[in-house]
Each structure stands twice: as C-alpha cells, then as structure tokens.
Design a protein around this ligand. Structure first.
Ligand SMILES: Cc1cc2nc3c(=O)[nH]c(=O)nc-3n(C[C@H](O)[C@H](O)[C@H](O)COP(=O)(O)OP(=O)(O)OC[C@H]3O[C@@H](n4cnc5c(N)ncnc54)[C@H](O)[C@@H]3O)c2cc1C
Length: 417
C-alpha cells in the first residue's frame, strides 16, 4: 500500500519505521530539511512510561491561580483573542475532576507502557546510539504534604500498572549521589524504577536513516498546505508544489495537526503548550545525575545525555509563538543550577523552545479519522517521546486493518466530538 506520513518528528518517523517493516511503500513529508527539527529536537529526554498522569487534575486550577501574574511561574497563560485557546481551556477544566483524572491516567499509562515494550523490542533489533540510560526516574517532593499525598497515590498507581517506590532523603542520595549537592530542600522522592532517559532527536535521526535504508521516500523542505477529500477518503496532500497521492495517510504534524485538520472540517482540540529546555555541557561528572530527575518545585525534568545535562519544563499557552524569552529560559537554567550546582558550565548553556501538542485530557489522539484512510497519530503533549513506539505500532496496525494490541477505547478523536 502507498502510505504517506505527514510529519517527521519522533511520532511520524517511528510510524514510518513500523510501516516500512510491514512492507508498505512509505513517503514521509516534512517542511524541514531533516527529521526532528521541531518539538522532538531538545525535549526533556525522559522515557517516563510510569508517569501517565495528565495535567488536568483536581489540583490544576488552584495551582495555576497561585502562579497567576508571576513572570517566573512554571506556567503562564496569555489571554489572547484565540477561540481555539478558549475552547481548549474549557475542555481542559472539564477534565479536572478526580474521576476524569484517573480515567485519563489509565488511558495514558496504557499507551505509555505499551510504548515502553515496543521501544525495547526495537532496541533488541536496532543498535541505536541515543545516550540511553535505564536507571529509573526520581520525582522529588519539596513539600512534605505533597510527599505524603504521593505516598497515598503509590497504591492507586500500582493498580494501574505503574511500579513506584517511596524514598526518604537518604534513599534519594544513595541512588543519585549528585542530589546531595542540591541547594534546594526536598522532603523525599518517589522512584519509578522502570523509567529511562535518552536523546529523542538522536533516536529519531537514527530511525529516519533506517527508514531510508528500508526504502522509505523522504520529501523534506515540503510544506503541506491542506488535505483533499474524495468522498470518504483522503485523496492527496496539497503542497506548494506537487500534490502527494496515497492509499492511506498518517497525520503526525504535532501541534500543527489541528490547523491541518480544519482543511477537512474536523475540529481537534490539540493546542500548542510551549516549553523550554536548557542543555549544559557537564564539566564535573560527579555533580551531574545519571538517574533522571523530576523536581516538582521547579516543574523541571533533568536527564543526563552523554556529556550534557538537559533541564526541561515550563508551560506557556501563547499560540504558536516559539521565540525564546530570555527571562523564561533563565528560569530553567536557575532551576538546574539549584538542583545540580557545579555540574556543568552554565556559560555554554544552549536554550531551546518547543510546542507540545497538548489535548485537554492529556491523552493522545490515535485512531481513524472520519475519512477511513486517514490515521491520526498526534496530541502526545508532555509524553510524545515516551509514547512514540507504541503509538507508531498502533497506527501501522490500523493502516493494515489489524486490531491493535491494546484496548483503543477513548483514544480516538470521537471523544471530543
Ligand atoms: C520542553 C519540552 C520537554 C519535553 N520533555 C519530554 C520528555 O521528557 N519526555 C517525553 O516523552 N516527551 C517530552 N516532551 C514532549 C515531546 O517532545 C513531544 O510530545 C513530541 O516531540 C511530539 O512529537 P511529534 O512528532 O508529534 O511533533 P514534532 O516533533 O513537532 O513533529 C511534527 C513535524 O511536523 C512537521 N510539520 C508541521 N506542520 C507541517 C506542514 N504544514 N507541512 C510539513 N511539515 C509540517 C514539523 O516540521 C515537525 O517536524 C517535551 C516537550 C517539550 C516542549
């Protein structure tokens, strides 16, 4: 079958890889000259399959209100004349009550844990250099009451398949000695031993090269301007040059998936949630972590990527703006220097921003669109790197007309209809 994959981020490339393995004639289209040039470029690096919690939860609104108006807040929300943002926000608030939170957590864990399994199958087959570490993730709790609540959640998460262990301060230091130098207090931590970290861009570029070896055609520097229908099917993708025809299409355009679907009159609430990362050259090995860390106080994640330390986080709702606001970027750097002082050379820090394709419920959109030959694989938000390989396999199964290996309830676009 001729399958056209729109988007060469980690989601599009992973999907092209699975489709090529299935023997399809695959074409990948992207507006950049190579893969992983947008949100998959310099993310937090965490493969956090055991962290399936969405943003929308009982504590989300009170927390957001506490941060309102603070320039250094981890979350900023710019009131704009943007109906897409308003309706997304209303949808988000509707997902905050506790029952919705647990339902969405279960769905996210389902995709994330399946993706972990698929990633390991891929790594058994391919030799990929992507600074992969599998020492788990420690989530640090600065607030003692939040830590107590986290202890209560361990049992609930276990029932959903997420393995977690509580660590006191000493336990955190034993597992990650670099934490002993932190200039910030924390009450304790929760370890997810099954979690990992690695460089998303390096992985994606490797898989793209493997795709090329398997015969996948790449149309880079090609902007898709719309999708054209032929009855209940998508016939072609319009570009500034040729129209690209296919028997099936996979939409993996990250945050740009929603505007693209408007050309088919489909409303998809995927909104860009901007984040920042800072990558610091490590100059002192002992002071830089090898276990991936999440600091809840800073709302930052830390991953060791070879001889670099990456800190990533912050959340901004401000449309498709990707400018680096120096003040915001320095919030990430300051956080990194508080948790890991002297780990690296801050003068050599590189800043980056990316737009997370975020759904109101945090759950990705994977499934068939109204057009039977269009598969949606988008909206992975905070966990696109973590969920890439499972989402790719599911999409390839749908293209082939096979039933995916996991329960697909609540993953499709219909939940927003
Ligand atoms: C600060 C930050 C930290 C993060 N940390 C983590 C983490 O630790 N772990 C994790 O699992 N996830 C993390 N994420 C999320 C993860 O990076 C994303 O979910 C993932 O990269 C999304 O991949 P994607 O392929 O859907 O989108 P993208 O990587 O953005 O790919 C979409 C592609 O579509 C192309 N495109 C768009 N429109 C068009 C068009 N009209 N024509 C042609 N091409 C087009 C773009 O060029 C792009 O290459 C983080 C994100 C951010 C911003």
């Amino acid at each position: 079958m001729r399958v056209v994959v729109l988007g060469a981020g980690v989601i599009g490339i992973a999907t092209a890889y699975e489709l090529a393995r299935d023997g399809h004639d695959v074409t990948v289209v992207d507006r950049h000259p190579e893969a992983a040039r947008e949100t998959s470029f310099a993310n937090g690096g965490q493969l956090s399959a055991h962290h399936g919690e969405p943003l929308a939860g009982p504590g989300a609104l009170p927390q957001a209100l506490r941060w309102l108006g603070r320039k250094d807040a981890p979350l900023t929300y710019r009131l704009r004349l943007d109906p897409a943002l308003w309706s997304w926000t209303l949808d988000f608030l509707a997902q905050c009550p506790e029952p919705r939170f647990w339902d969405n957590t279960a769905k996210m864990l389902r995709v994330a844990l399946y993706s972990r399994e698929r990633l390991h199958e891929t790594l058994d087959r391919e030799t990929v250099a992507f600074d992969h570490l599998n020492h788990g993730i420690i989530t640090l709790y600065q607030d003692a009451r939040a830590f107590d609540r986290a202890l209560d959640e361990i049992r609930a998460m276990k029932e959903l398949g997420s393995e977690r262990q509580a660590l006191d301060r000493k336990g955190c230091f034993e597992l990650e000695p670099a934490l002993a130098h932190a200039s910030t207090y924390f009450a304790g931590g929760v370890l997810t031993p099954g979690d990992e970290s690695g460089d998303c861009r390096a992985f994606t570029l490797h898989l793209a090269r493997r795709c090329a070896e398997m015969g996948v055609t790449f149309k880079y520097d090609t902007t898709v301007t719309g999708l054209e229908r032929d009855g209940w099917r998508v016939a072609r993708a319009r570009t500034h040059g040729e129209a690209i025809e296919g028997d099936a299409f996979v939409l993996a355009l990250g945050s740009y998936s929603a505007p693209m679907l408007k050309t088919l009159d489909l409303r998809l609430p995927v909104y860009p949630a901007k984040g920042y990362s800072v990558t610091i050259p490590v100059t002192n090995d002992e002071m830089a972590p090898k276990v991936s860390i999440t600091s809840l106080e800073h709302r930052l994640v830390f991953s060791r990527l070879g001889n670099h330390l990456r800190a990533a986080g912050l959340l901004e709702f401000n449309g498709f703006d990707t400018c680096i606001d120096d003040r915001r970027a320095r919030v990430a750097l300051r956080g990194a220097l508080q948790v890991f002082p002297d780990a690296g050379n801050a003068d050599g820090a590189e800043f980056w921003t990316g737009l997370r394709p975020l759904t109101p419920d945090g759950v990705p959109v994977i499934g068939r669109a109204r057009q039977e030959n269009l598969i949606l694989n988008t909206g992975h938000g905070m966990l696109g790197w973590t969920m890439a390989m499972g989402s790719a396999r599911i999409s390839a199964d749908l293209v082939a007309g096979h039933a995916p290996s996991i329960n697909m309830d609540g993953l499709g676009w219909e939940r927003f209809a």
